[in-house]
Design a protein around this ligand. Structure first.
Ligand code: PGA
Length: 249
């Protein structure tokens, strides 16, 4: 059975003190349900946020990590460091990393390997920009991102991956994909996994949606058979809004 997941991507928001308060607020409200809740915080918040977590279904994640194991890479943070701070998840290939920091599919393939080697679960982001959707290329774009970033993995490795479909035109814009658009492409993603790794692995892979997901639209999005939860940006910065999404299942 695949997991239902709601992950908050705090991006570059909150001071450490604000992050502690936010994490406390979420931890207080999480009740033992079948939803895996993840807080993906800035690196410097990880250790402190970990201390606020006491609920069994609440986990910690990072938003990125280095493509190197360790060494002379000034300013970088390794997967081993993230793991040692108490995290279990790492977002990789977010569209902001791809577009602002030039992260390519081949760099991301290296990061996925390192993250798995350090016993962390990658939340691997895919998604098209508006132009690509308007040109009808969105399925091909997402498949290419999967082929190049993930499909060099063995089946046992791939079975640890979480995929986040995030249409770039919906991120932080207030524009959400419709429930039909989300279901359609999530199904394409699952079928693409099945074609490569077989239907059992495809059925067990969580594919979550991201892009202006809020308490008011989460229920409709999550009610689709191939939408297994959400990756939440803006609405994860308020504990009530975030938990309103978690309880939308
Ligand atoms: P948003 O961001 O919810 O603010 O649109 C989602 C994301 O970028 O993960």
């Amino acid at each position: 059975m695949r997991k239902k997941i709601v992950a908050g991507n705090w991006k570059m928001n909150t001071t450490v003190q604000e992050g502690i308060e936010l994490a406390k607020g979420v931890n207080d409200k999480v009740s033992g349900s079948d939803v895996t809740v993840i807080l993906c915080t800035p690196f410097v918040h990880l250790t402190e946020v970990k201390r606020q977590i006491s609920k069994e279904t609440l986990y910690l994640g990072a938003q990125n990590c280095s493509d190197h194991q360790s060494g002379a890479y000034t300013g970088e943070v390794s997967a081993a460091m993230v793991k040692s701070a108490g995290a279990d998840y790492v977002i990789l290939g977010h569209s902001e990393r791809r577009s602002y920091y030039g992260e390519t599919d081949s760099l991301l393939a290296d990061k996925v390997k390192i993250v798995l080697e350090n016993n962390l679960t990658p939340i691997f982001c895919v998604g098209e920009v508006l132009k690509e959707r308007e040109a009808g290329k969105h399925f091909d774009v997402v498949k290419k991102q999967m082929n190049e970033g993930l499909f060099n993995l063995s089946a046992p490795e791939f079975s640890k991956i979480v995929i986040a479909y995030e249409p770039v035109w919906a991120i932080g814009t207030g524009k959400t994909a419709t429930a039909e658009q989300a279901q359609e492409i999530h199904k394409v993603i699952r079928d693409h996994i099945a074609a490569k790794y077989g239907s059992e692995i495809a059925e067990n892979t969580s594919v979550i949606y991201g892009g202006s997901c809020k308490p008011s639209n989460a229920k409709e999005l999550f009610s689709n058979p191939d939408v297994d939860g959400g990756l939440i940006g803006g609405a994860s910065l308020n504990a009530d809004d975030f938990m309103g999404i978690v309880t939308a299942f």
